[in-house]
Design a protein around this ligand. Structure first.
Ligand code: FMN
Length: 393
């Protein structure tokens, strides 16, 4: 039976709520469905090709209101390792050829009525040493720490360092160079025509390395308390804001979990989450993108709200939910076969309750570029297949 045959009028009306436009600073979104950032490795030499433009354009034509691109490495020598995808095919934004490549991607998405923002990415201590465009450069992190060993992790045993102290703590000069790299790429993003900026602040990468006590044990300006661990990403947000002006929205992705430690937390209750996020909100973040594997779970005991809901409540900013929309398997739960989920009741209920403003769809939108149109119409979507992706990040 086709799903629209069993959809109640109420569910239909609720779905339409996700197709209300939303204005965020100068960015007018036609609807609330977002393509979640997903690394691909199809940009030889870091330059997005016409095929990359076609890939994103298909999702825009398929009804997504906003596309957050795959992680784009910032213009810093230690930003990028090969991420398991072969050498040098993750996109950059630090040179004229890459900007030109992105300009075509942006134009295609705009022609389809959607908006697009690049996800700026620095791998920090997760960068695989000896790989990427500058293999001889050591990987960097706030305290030179990879993170505690022996935790539940997605990293292959052969890629886990024997000694978690992988280098020296970043110097003030190194910190400034990393900040400047983010700012340069944000300025280049404006030149390429992007509608805003997304920062990858989760999953155990550089910004998250500052946020997490497991990788940040500094006691200077950049560490020592939750608020101080937020200072490095907050400084990046402030500097980007002053470089790009007031019109561009800034999205910030954060996660409790790290690739180094799935059970890690930045905060164990809403008040602690406020301590983490408030400095970022004050610095100029417009949307918190709360990266969890299953959107439909309470973030904290005794509080039914999901992580995006708590982020919105404690900061007063907009938020975006993600994780398991339209798919029954969390992104690291490979033991179950992925199947299409057609019950959007919990999603619509949480949206209606005002927990979040945007819904990001990851793998389901790899599986079906027309996901957003079909969701709206209550039509069956094509399934995601694991062989369609090359990398988890
Ligand atoms: C192949 C693949 C690549 C990913 N790459 C990124 C990335 O570059 N940046 C990021 O923040 N998240 C990345 N993610 C996580 C997704 O953005 C999303 O949060 C996750 O897949 C959960 O959403 P889903 O259940 O709808 O797939 C990736 C996920 C997959 C499956």
């Amino acid at each position: 039976m086709k799903e629209n045959a069993i959809m109640s009028d109420e569910q239909n009306a609720d779905r339409e709520a996700l197709f209300e436009p939303l204005q965020i600073r100068g960015m007018a979104l036609p609807n609330r469905i977002v393509m979640s950032p997903m690394t691909r490795g199809f940009s030889p030499g870091g330059v997005p090709t016409d095929a990359v433009a076609a890939y994103y354009r298909r999702r825009a034509e398929g009804g997504a209101g906003l596309i957050v691109t795959e992680g784009v490495a910032v213009d810093h020598p230690a930003a990028l390792g090969d991420a398991g995808l072969g050498e040098n095919n993750i996109p950059l934004l630090g040179n004229a050829a890459a900007i030109e490549g992105w300009r075509k991607v942006v134009a295609g998405v705009h022609a389809s009525g959607a908006r697009i923002i690049p996800q700026l990415w620095h791998q920090g201590v997760m960068r695989k040493p000896g790989t990427g465009p500058y293999p001889d450069i050591p990987s960097v992190g706030p305290s030179g720490l990879w993170g505690p060993l022996g935790r539940m992790t997605s990293i292959e045993a052969t890629s886990i360092p024997a000694d978690p102290q992988i280098g020296d703590p970043m110097s003030e000069e190194q910190i400034e160079e990393a900040i400047a790299a983010f700012v340069r790429c944000a300025v280049n993003a404006v030149e390429a025509g992007f509608d805003g900026i997304a920062l990858h602040g989760g999953h155990g990468y550089l910004l998250d390395n500052f946020l997490w006590e497991g990788t940040n044990q500094r006691d200077d300006r950049w560490g020592g308390s939750r608020a101080k661990r937020s200072e490095f990403p907050a400084e990046i947000v402030r500097r980007i804001r002053s470089a790009v002006g007031e019109d561009l929205p800034i999205f910030f992705r954060f996660s409790q979990w790290k690739q180094q430690d799935f059970r890690a937390t930045l905060a164990d209750n809403p008040e602690e989450l406020r301590e983490v996020l408030q400095p970022l909100a004050d610095a100029g973040v417009d949307v918190f993108d709360a990266s969890v594997r299953y959107y439909n779970r309470a973030a904290f005991e005794g509080d039914p709200a999901c992580l995006a809901g708590v982020a919105k409540r404690v900061t007063g900013k907009l938020s975006m939910a993600v994780g398991g929309v339209g798919i029954n398997q969390g992104m690291y739960d490979r033991d179950k076969a992925a199947a299409v989920v057609t019950d959007f009741g919990p999603l619509l209920e949480r949206f209606r309750a005002g927990e979040f403003d945007l819904v990001a769809v990851g793998r389901a939108m790899i599986g079906d570029p027309n996901w957003a149109h079909k969701f709206r119409a209550g039509e069956a979507t094509d399934p995601y297949r694991i062989e369609n992706d090359g990398i988890l990040s």
